[in-house]
Design a protein around this ligand. Structure first.
Ligand code: 6PG
Length: 245
């Protein structure tokens, strides 16, 4: 963290709002993720980590893969959402994580729990995945869309009202339309949440999520409001309460 501070990052009170240059975001986020993994292993011998999809995490996972200290044999990997495409598809969140992380670290393959969203019976796939999830994840990593979605929980979705089932098949407004996603109870139960945000296009959604009225149906990323938000300056540029520089 000290290095990041020297290099111009800005922390808010409690280090829950970390604003860095775009160049520093991957290594700053990787440092926070590694710290959460190490903490979980210190606490109870293992770390259950749920990954975000999309494009922002790719550089973060690549940085995480460079950390020589992480005991990957003690890490279980899950996915917060997946598109209804095969795992080799360029739009697959699993493929992005495999290329940027799993291919570069010694994690036992049976500890990577892929979300089988390409299965024709997505409801069955959702139920089977839910049974694999721990009661509480040690860490969930999330992104945010320009519309404020997180995982594949999109504004106005009925999935945002789900209070029992952990995984649902949804049809989103963004291609690929058919997806599987974890639900609000899974996000709420996570011991730690880290949200990765880059780019001016997200600034409005970030401000709504962190400073707007409490309306998670309109701003699903508010489900992770209490997490550690690691943002570049463009993504944080509309926040009213900027941490002291
Ligand atoms: C997905 C992601 C999604 C993502 C946001 C941000 O499958 O699309 O899980 O929730 O985190 O859309 O995506 P970018 O990082 O590509 O902006």
């Amino acid at each position: 963290m000290e290095n990041a501070l020297k290099a111009g990052s800005v922390l808010s009170a409690g280090n829950r709002r970390v604003i860095v240059t775009t160049e520093l975001l991957p290594q700053t986020a990787a440092r926070h993720i590694a710290k959460a993994i190490e903490q979980a292993i210190a606490d109870h011998g293992r770390a259950s980590v749920m990954l975000a999809g999309g494009s922002t995490p790719r550089a973060v996972y690549r940085q995480l893969a460079l950390n020589p200290r992480l005991p990957w044999d003690k890490v279980e990997i899950f996915f917060g959402d997946e598109r209804g495409v095969p795992p080799a598809d360029p739009q697959s969140n699993y493929r992005m994580a495999r290329e940027s992380l799993f291919d570069a670290v010694p994690i036992p393959p049976d500890q990577v729990h892929r979300l089988l969203a390409e299965r024709p019976d997505r409801d069955a796939a959702a139920e089977e995945y839910a049974r694999q999830l721990p009661e509480r994840l040690d860490l969930i990593i999330l992104g945010i869309g320009e519309d404020g979605h997180t995982a594949s929980l999109f504004p106005g979705s009925s999935a945002l009202k789900e209070s029992v089932r952990k995984v649902l098949a949804v049809v989103g407004p963004q291609a690929p339309l058919h997806r599987l996603t974890v639900t609000p109870p899974v996000i709420a139960a996570a011991r730690e949440k880290i949200i990765l945000v880059s780019g001016a296009g997200k600034a409005g959604a970030v401000a709504q999520a962190l400073e707007g009225p409490d309306q998670p149906i309109q701003s699903p990323a508010q489900l992770a409001r209490d997490g550690i938000w690691i943002m570049d300056r463009a993504a944080a540029s509309v926040l009213r309460h900027q941490p002291p520089r």
